[in-house]
Design a protein around this ligand. Structure first.
Ligand code: ZN
Length: 153
């Protein structure tokens, strides 16, 4: 995987994610914050939502917030967790969020942790071979997927 160089803007994004979760931390409800920079230069933030039924990741809330504000082009995203007084910890996006982020842009830079180190990579590199249903492939000008010849036991 090709890593992208970390910049001061990445630190600013981590700080924005840290700030939003520090302001809104509620044990059992909100313990992850995310921040996304759009190509407009604006940064949007969000916190994850827990419920009895299912959780919604902070990245999804943040992308939804940016889209709801009219943004359509995205530059970078990061998720962070904090506990009382502890330093912020960058989280790697879950598989569902990797699909979501890549759906909104192959070139979105994603900050994540690998082997204990902060890394940055393109969404397309973090999730090769994303899910595409046949309609998506046709809309993108590609061929439908080949029929699966696998035999079930
Ligand atoms: Zn997620």
């Amino acid at each position: 995987m090709e890593y992208l160089p970390l910049t001061d803007q990445d630190e600013e994004l981590i700080q924005a994610a840290t700030d939003v979760i520090r302001r809104n931390f509620v044990l059992g409800k909100h313990h992850v914050g995310a921040a996304m920079r759009c190509t407009s230069g604006k940064i949007y933030t969000g916190v994850h939502l827990e419920s009895r039924a299912h959780d919604i990741c902070a990245e999804a809330v943040t992308i939804g917030t940016a889209v709801s504000a009219g943004e359509r082009q995205f530059d970078a995203i990061v998720a962070v967790t904090v506990k009382d007084g502890d330093p912020p910890v960058v989280l790697s996006p879950c598989g569902g969020c990797r699909e979501l982020i890549r759906f909104y842009g192959d070139d979105i830079a994603v900050l994540f942790i690998q082997d204990g180190q902060l890394r940055k990579a393109r969404a397309a590199d973090l999730l090769p071979g994303p899910y595409l249903d046949p309609k998506d492939r046709k809309r993108q000008g590609g061929e439908p997927p080949p029929a699966c010849d696998a035999k079930l036991p």
